[in-house]
Design a binder for this molecule. Structure first.
Ligand SMILES: [Zn+2]
Length: 456
């Protein structure tokens, strides 16, 4: 008798679980349907890219992007929309930016270059013999007499054999970040690097770099990969002069904002799930993939859940972070601020890897967090998602870890093969984002938020 009761109970329980899983799968289908048939992310991205454009921290465009974002969030009808003040660095490229190779035979070749973000200018025309290094470590080992008074050319390519392009980027990121310090230590008058991009093309890729207080600040620029190849080839035939002019400079920090929207949790309003990307971009191109796509993924995810009348248990908060590219003041300030407000943060999701077709998610968390993520595979495989792995969350949400040790940080993972064609380059424009791929990304982020809210 007892056994048969138990059996009935078991059947009842498993029927309940099956029903909730069925309703989850129906809801996920609704998320995708909404994203693909009624999505607003593509038009929003077009407007951000074309009506505002590139939006480097501290610029007028960044301020306009803040106002634009606040209006878009208000239109979504979230429970709260507000700005969080932050101080950001202010650097400007200026109007002059040119470079030439000059050979002893009198050939003069113009190159495509971009100052690295934060670089000092050249103070007029700067000219010097150019010395090539194929790896940053070779420069570090070089004799000062070889470098002093010359221009260092760091021609370290991204590894084409690496399938994960972010790993290839990580493998030579240091030539951009540390090149000026390493070359400056040995008395170089400037440094030019090969752009961090995989294709051989004419687009130089900028990005952040840093100086050290005890090393003279020298101008730093990136050459297009095509020009890097030409320069390297020409150097095989003898020494060359390099001529450059840049009038970029830094100004005093200015006030800017993170833009925040919320749907209040029905059961746990003080427990927060953050989703976001960064609103700022480099000043070249339109910041379409980096990170216009990421902020659209995040905004659209909340819009879809609201549109489908989903009432979250936890507070879902979308954050458009400012200043990820050259300081991360948005991410840092946000993490400190939420801690001071005594909020509880259980998870955060970041999208900052472009608007390409979604592949899955990374988790920066403990084994329980990983198991949770892996448990979603059976629900989401149908949507072409197959990466459910430990990995990096993102730069903007990273500081939350310092404030909430047990937080789970999720990184959204689109296909990475073409990301470094456009990253920080003039070609990172709206036209290079595919509508359907962007919309699938929005649905992928919304689905993850739904499962975190319901099952985490
Ligand atoms: Zn980015």
């Amino acid at each position: 008798m007892l056994k048969s009761h138990l059996l009935i109970l078991l059947i009842f329980c498993s029927a309940l679980t099956a029903t909730s899983q069925d309703s989850d799968s129906v809801f996920i289908q609704k998320i995708y349907n909404e994203a693909l048939t009624n999505g607003q992310s593509y038009e929003n991205l077009r407007s951000l890219c074309k009506d505002i454009g590139a939006r480097l921290s501290g610029s007028s465009e960044a301020q306009m992007a803040v106002e634009w974002s606040q209006i878009r969030m208000e239109k979504c009808g979230f429970d709260k929309v507000y700005l969080q003040p932050i101080m950001v660095p202010h650097w400007e490229r200026g109007t002059k930016e040119s470079g030439w190779i000059r050979s002893k035979k009198g050939e003069i070749i113009k190159v495509n270059l971009l100052a690295l973000g934060g670089s000092v200018g050249t103070n007029g025309t700067l000219e010097g013999e150019i010395v090539e290094f194929k790896h940053l470590d070779d420069l570090k080992k070089a004799n000062k007499s070889l470098i002093e008074g010359r221009i260092v050319f760091l021609n370290q390519p991204m590894n084409e054999k690496e399938i994960q392009t972010f790993k290839a980027y990580g493998g030579c990121y240091q030539i951009r970040g540390n090149g000026a310090v390493e070359a400056g230590k040995l008395g170089a008058k400037a440094v030019v690097i090969r752009s961090l991009g995989l294709p051989i093309d004419e687009h130089p890729h900028t990005g952040s770099m840093h100086y050290s207080d005890d090393v003279e600040k020298i101008p730093a620029a990136a050459l297009s990969t095509k020009d890097a190849e030409i320069l390297s080839q020409m150097l095989k035939n003898g020494s060359l002069q390099f001529v450059m002019e840049m009038d970029c400079r830094s100004y005093e920090p200015v006030q800017s904002y993170n833009v925040i929207g919320e749907i209040t949790g029905s059961k746990f309003p003080n427990k927060i799930i953050t989703v976001g990307g960064h609103l700022d971009s480099w000043d070249t191109g339109e910041g379409a993939h980096d990170d216009g796509a990421g902020v659209m993924h995040s905004l659209e995810a909340l819009r879809i859940l609201k549109e489908l009348n989903y009432e979250p248990n936890h507070t879902l908060r979308v954050v458009f972070f400012m200043n990820e590219e050259n300081g991360n003041m948005g991410g840092e300030t946000y993490a400190t601020w939420v801690k001071e407000r005594k909020e509880e943060h259980i998870a955060a999701v970041e999208s900052d890897r472009g608007g390409f077709a979604p592949r899955g998610y990374n988790i920066d968390g403990n084994d329980t967090h990983l198991k949770f993520l892996q448990s979603l595979e059976k629900e989401l495989r149908h949507y072409d998602l197959h990466i459910f792995e430990k990995g990096y969350g993102g730069v903007d949400i990273g500081p939350l870890k310092k404030q909430f040790e047990a937080i789970a940080l999720f990184g959204f993972i689109p296909d990475s093969q073409r990301y470094f064609d456009f990253h920080h380059a003039p070609s990172d424009v709206f036209e290079n984002v595919n509508k359907r791929e962007l919309e699938l990304g929005c649905a992928g982020v919304a689905s993850l938020l739904y499962f975190i809210d319901k099952r985490f």
